[in-house]
Design a protein around this ligand. Structure first.
Ligand code: SAM
Length: 239
């Protein structure tokens, strides 16, 4: 079973949306498990204090290293990767998600306030991970995003019909456009090729569209794709 342990001061935010749909079914089926750990259980004094003012001054509060270390040591002292949700972290990619999904699970520390004491990050080997260049109020929504991305890749969760192998990022490209009935929507028909019944032509069209969208929308991905697989990019006709 793939195990997720989440250290947070808001354990009630879990499973949240992950209790529904595919992830929720998989949770009930025992494909994965979720253990939210309340950092306040390791807080100090009658008020179960978990934070203190920043050294050097400035606004806000910082989660204390000693409190968080105790929480990790008590509930997550095993070899699973330990992530710290952080806008300063390495941006999450589908490649990293696939790697996490192949393992035994994950430990995720959710920051709050101004973040966590820097010494804890090194002392407990936390990998700082960002879900984008914007600032959330806390790591919980970021952790839910990481879990959702991982859980849908666990064996059996998506079902045979959607393997994930043709999705955006799976081979370094964005996904091709999708259509379904009606055949004509507000005067816009489904592209002829998709109703031609010619599977080879459909595959070629999808590939070309995936390359076009990636080139137009994500020059960074397109450059990386070209460096990895130079021939399709070189051969692609100019549009
Ligand atoms: N002072 C921090 C900074 O400027 O980098 C921001 C702290 S933020 C208000 C509180 C917490 O939200 C962070 O410690 C982190 O756990 C989480 N968080 C915010 N934005 C995030 C992002 N883009 N990706 C992952 N976690 C994020």
């Amino acid at each position: 079973m793939w195990r997720a342990t989440i250290l947070t001061i808001f354990p009630d935010m879990f499973p949240g949306p992950l209790g529904l749909s595919l992830a929720g079914k998989a949770l009930k089926a025992g494909t994965w498990s979720l253990e939210p750990v309340d950092i306040r259980d390791f807080g100090i004094g009658a008020h179960r204090t978990v934070d203190d003012t920043p050294a050097g001054g400035g606004p806000g509060m910082v989660i204390k290293a000693d409190v968080l270390a105790q929480a990790i040591d008590a509930r997550a002292a095993d070899p699973r990767p330990r992530l710290l949700m952080s806008p300063r972290g390495v941006p999450l990619t589908q490649h990293r998600v696939a790697g996490l999904a192949k393992g035994d699970g994950v430990v995720i520390v959710c920051g709050r306030f101004e973040g966590v004491d820097e010494r804890l990050i090194a002392a407990r080997g936390l990998e700082e991970v960002s879900i984008g260049d914007y600032v959330l109020s806390g790591g919980e929504i970021a952790a839910l995003a990481v879990l959702d991305a991982c859980v849908r890749l666990l064996p059996g969760v998506m079902g045979a019909e959607t393997s994930g192998t043709e999705e955006s990022f799976a081979d370094g490209l964005l996904e091709y456009p999708q259509y379904t009935r009606p055949q004509v929507f507000e005067g816009r028909p489904i592209p002829d090729v998709l109703v031609s019944g010619d599977h080879a032509k459909v595959a070629r069209w999808r590939r070309e569209e995936a390359e076009r969208l990636t080139r137009e929308r994500r020059p960074d991905l397109w450059a990386a794709f070209g460096a990895k697989t130079p021939s399709p990019k070189k051969n692609h006709p100019k549009r």
